[in-house]
Design a protein around this ligand. Structure first.
Ligand code: UVW
Length: 321
């Protein structure tokens, strides 16, 4: 039987809410405007033991770095100077005999733990806040990663361990869940999602990445995650969620099951509402600790690198419990 044609994303998202103009015509950080000083202090009130967790995956991991399939290749780090150079007479010399090792890295800015710029993805002729899509040509002139990096992110974070809630090591390819599942997960953990919380959603997908041959991981690529529904988008808007942080490469089910549209939440949440996305975030150690001590809320902080005109930038978020 032939499949119905995949609709244009504008059809799927017809009537879905937008926050364009909410923070003025020049806004480039969207939902991060919700994270004012009061929200930062609300986050600090969750600190109880002083335990810290860094959430970046390793860049240059021997298994290869997780990256969205297509042109993105794993990061490559090479030494440009080391003891070998001094032994063969090409080492950089300094007065007094100092020697050094130096290196460089080639990587996609979206090829490791990262924040997306709000203008990173779009449909039609406009990106976040109605800026013209042409403003992305040759480097993002509007809604790049830079304003997000300049502002930084701090507030109350809540871990929603969906994999654990479903009794799984990791979710299956294409497995979906809804905002109601997020609320049920929170309830089963003995906590509640509050307005302006930073949501950290664990699917176990990065653990699957590192435990699996790359060919198997990328075969029929369809990540698990949230997916588009009007109700979900309205819930994110009503809850004033500033930031969605997940342990998948793209923060949502790759293909929307009902329509076949690719990555509709990037547009519904990021382009239209200004929800910032942090992707490829390692939640394994944090999740294990939350399960052990029963504390699923904490201070979440992150500051992506300040890349001028960047579509995104690597980040090493820091959680304090
Ligand atoms: C794409 O760019 C397709 O996805 P991501 O936002 O995960 O980098």
């Amino acid at each position: 039987m032939s499949q119905p044609p995949v609709p244009h994303i504008s059809e799927l998202l017809d009537g879905s809410p937008k926050n364009w103009g909410k923070w003025g015509p020049d806004d480039e950080v969207g939902g991060l405007n919700y994270l004012d000083a009061e929200q930062v202090l609300r986050g600090t009130k969750e600190i109880r033991s002083g335990k810290t967790f860094t959430l970046q995956v390793q860049i240059g991991h021997p298994h290869g770095d997780p990256a969205y399939p297509g042109p993105r290749t794993p990061a490559a780090r090479v030494n440009t100077m080391d003891r070998g150079h001094y032994l063969n007479g090409t080492g950089l010399s300094f007065p007094g005999g100092l020697e050094l090792a130096d290196d460089m890295i080639t990587m996609y800015l979206q090829g490791s733990s990262q924040y997306d710029a709000l203008g990173h993805l779009w449909y039609g002729d406009e990106i976040y806040n109605g800026y013209p899509a042409e403003s992305t040509t040759g480097g993002m002139k509007k809604a790049s990663i830079l304003p997000i990096a300049e502002k930084g992110i701090a507030g109350r974070g809540i871990l929603l361990d969906v994999a654990r809630h479903r009794g799984k090591q990791w979710l299956d390819k294409g497995e979906t869940f809804t905002h109601e599942d997020l609320m049920n997960t929170a309830a089963s953990q003995g906590c509640e999602i509050l307005p302006r919380d930073i949501l950290l959603v664990r699917t176990g997908w990065l653990e699957y990445f590192y435990a699996t041959p790359r060919e198997e991981f990328y075969e029929n690529f369809n990540e698990p995650g949230l997916t588009y529904s009007r109700e979900l988008v309205e819930w994110f808007q009503k809850m004033e969620i500033p930031n969605l942080v997940t342990d998948t490469i793209a923060n949502e089910v790759t293909i929307h099951p009902e329509s076949g549209v690719a990555l509709p939440l990037h547009n519904a949440l990021m382009r239209n509402l200004g929800v910032t996305f942090a992707e490829i975030i390692d939640l394994a150690a944090l999740a294990a600790d939350c399960a052990a001590d029963g504390q699923y809320t904490f201070l979440y902080t992150a500051a992506p690198l300040k890349v001028v005109n960047g579509t995104g930038a690597p980040v090493n978020p820091l959680v304090v419990k």
